[in-house]
Design a protein around this ligand. Structure first.
Ligand SMILES: NC(=O)c1ccc[n+]([C@@H]2O[C@H](COP(=O)([O-])OP(=O)(O)OC[C@H]3O[C@@H](n4cnc5c(N)ncnc54)[C@H](OP(=O)(O)O)[C@@H]3O)[C@@H](O)[C@H]2O)c1
Ligand SMILES: *[C@@H]1O[C@H](CO)[C@@H](O)[C@H](O)[C@H]1NC(C)=O
Ligand SMILES: *[C@@H]1O[C@H](CO)[C@@H](O)[C@H](O)[C@H]1NC(C)=O
Ligand SMILES: *[C@@H]1O[C@H](CO)[C@@H](O)[C@H](O)[C@H]1NC(C)=O
Length: 352
């Protein structure tokens, strides 16, 4: 220890001996800076490895190609439809759950003929929150041999950005019912079967529960206040569940996304920041399990799409996800989206 101190004095100059306290403070802060810098470099390196270098997660761990099943909610459109297709492609049978039966019938048929896996479907409106919904789901999954994957994707947002004080009680109730209550109850219906399946089958090592979160839950989003809160709720719930289920070999992840082209986002054109569902889901499944990609600072959280991942990492590493600056930018963006949506509605009304 003494030798190190002597060496430091040698490097920084003998004058420092006359000022031991300021010298110690400066050295201490420098080491702290170096330490934090090293952590950031390591975290950024891990992000790049997850995104571009490490091989994709092998779904054999979840029993792919051995007859295991995945359950996908909100399966008939957008991101959920892509999850269903890409999981089938990996060799999992799929249970499709969403609202519109006709869409589910067509998708089930398409998936089983194209990818040579079995499919089943269940139609219910998650906003009704009826006990029968969850009972039917539980009965269906318990009739299957082994179920290893659950994708909680069903979700509803505000039809257009709206100030919280003008949000109808019906809309805010629906959002919380669909995004939070239904997600929790669906998980209670399916997860026990996943735990039992992983325990029983020798050739399955892990189960997987992925829940779709959003950047709206990562950083508060004005004019989507209820949605934003509903997603933040899922973040805390997900992380607690991840810790509870880890000893039972079930991997639990919340998947964060900025915009994706879909009916919900009402965006049709892709860009560097806005992938289509196919690109988005590919990135999510590539990192399924325990990787975090852009969400390095968060346990059990995955921001998988490359541009979203870089955005998440840099916001966190600079101003922080709860900063006034980021929320201000978000506010202006949604005021703008609201204005355009109102103008469009006016135009449509005039045409009629
Ligand atoms: N798109 C984005 O920019 C974005 C960004 C961040 C997070 N997310 C999240 O990603 C998830 C999927 O979004 P998406 O853009 O793919 O949505 P989407 O294209 O609108 O698809 C929604 C799916 O959920 C089903 N669904 C909707 N309400 C339902 C209800 N009450 N009961 C049962 N099923 C219902 C729909 O079924 P029907 O076809 O029968 O209506 C459809 O299959 C959501 O959780 C969303 O919060 C999306
Ligand atoms: C995996 O185990 C199940 C029974 O637990 C069995 O039906 C299946 O054939 C096995 N698959 C492989 C590839 O060993
Ligand atoms: C509900 O959840 C879905 C995905 O889980 C999300 O896309 C949607 O924005 C959420 N809506 C609200 C209002 O939280
Ligand atoms: C994320 O932000 C927190 C809080 O500011 C910070 O402690 C942490 O080092 C950041 N993580 C990364 C990966 O930059």
């Amino acid at each position: 220890m003494c030798e190190i101190v002597e060496y430091i004095y040698e490097v920084i100059g003998e004058n420092a001996r006359d000022y031991p306290l300021p010298t110690a403070a400066i050295l201490g802060l420098s080491f702290l800076g170096l330490f934090k810098f090293t952590l950031s470099v390591l975290s950024y390196t891990k992000l790049l490895l997850d995104l571009f270098v490490l091989p994709a997660t092998n779904f054999k761990r979840y029993g792919a190609k051995t007859g295991a099943w995945a359950v996908v909610t909100g399966a008939s459109d957008g991101i959920g439809k892509e999850f269903s297709i890409q999981l089938a492609k990996k060799g999992l049978n799929v249970v499709l759950v969403s609202r519109t039966e006709s869409k589910l019938v067509a998708l089930a048929e398409e998936i089983s003929s194209k990818y040579k896996v079995e499919t089943k479907y269940l139609a219910f409106d998650a906003s009704t929150d009826k006990p029968e919904n969850y009972q039917a789901l539980s009965k269906l999954v318990n009739s299957l041999d082994s179920v290893t994957v659950l994708i909680n994707n069903v979700g509803q947002s505000h039809s257009i950005p709206v100030p919280f004080l003008e949000t109808t009680v019906e809309e805010l109730q629906n959002i919380i019912t669909v995004n939070d209550t239904a997600t929790l109850k669906i998980t209670q219906a399916v997860a026990p079967k996943i735990v039992a399946s992983v325990k029983a089958a020798k050739n399955i090592s892990k189960g997987l529960i992925m829940t779709m979160g959003s950047f709206s839950g990562l950083t508060p989003t004005p004019l989507l206040a209820t949605y934003s809160g509903s997603k933040a709720f899922l973040q805390a719930w997900n992380n607690a569940l991840a810790s509870e289920l880890a000893p039972q070999n079930v991997e639990v992840q919340i998947v964060l996304s900025y915009l994706v082209t879909s009916a919900m986002s009402k965006i049709r054109r892709t860009s560097a920041l806005i992938p289509n569902p196919k690109q988005f889901v590919h990135s999510a499944l590539r990192n399924a399990g325990t990787r975090r990609a852009g969400a390095q600072e968060r346990y059990a959280t995955l921001t998988p799409y490359w541009s979203h991942a870089l955005m998440h990492w840099w916001i966190n590493a600079t101003v922080g996800v709860f900063s006034k600056l980021v929320i201000g930018i978000n506010y202006n963006m949604h005021v703008d989206i609201r204005k355009r949506a109102l103008r469009k509605a006016e135009r449509l009304a005039k045409q009629q």
